[in-house]
Design a protein around this ligand. Sequence first.
Ligand code: PEP
Length: 252
Amino acid sequence: MSRIPLIAGNWKMHKTGPEAVETARDLAQLCSDIQDIEVMIAPTFLSLPLVAASIEDTSVKIGAQNLYFEKQGAFTGEVSADMIKAAGAQYVIIGHSERRQYFDETDSSVCKKINSAIKSGLKPILCIGETESQRADEKTFLILDKQVSDGLKGFGLDELAHLVLAYEPVWAIGTGKTASVDQVRQVHQYLRSSLEKLFSKDFSNQTRILYGGSVNPENAKDLMGIEDVDGALVGGASLDANEFINIIKYNK
Ligand code: PEP
């Protein structure tokens, strides 16, 4: 079964609205000849509708970096899945390690957020990954098992049809330390077989598993060439359209 690679840019808390629109337009222009690869950018909530409107006729898709799982109500400062969808997004990143680390995101809130994303027709990108000390303690697979099974608890196969999984070792995010090809291969193979055990072979074969953690134009070809890697979630190197395009065109 063929899986179309997804190269997703997480812009985190960077760029004002006009800056985000400018980068998005530059990127969309650079992507005009891209085929067989999906490209997505996730600007801040404030920039999202501006960016979506500015590149709506292009192939570049839009994602949000988070959501709140309630539909609406007295939740000051939060944004719902319906609002994100209405603003022009197709994807939403859920459970990013920075949200787990700084904003008390748990596997249980991740699960609620995935539910809310699915109900609103957003494609969830579930981020999972071990810290440096968990890897040193040989707990990587234990941690990933928990993040996957608790984050996806209670969903049926039809609900998860558009799920994307992103393996992002915490120690490799924003640090310039990339996991080695062998480390990435081992984890992605493991995740593929976990999805089969938890759900089904077809589901496992159809679900994209991205790698994230200091991906750049120099290492993209090696990382994206690994059999069970179906694209990348890119932070720092997605902020500049000319740098990001060299990751997106890793095969050229
Ligand atoms: C990320 O934020 O998901 C990420 C992988 O960041 P970076 O590429 O900067 O390591």
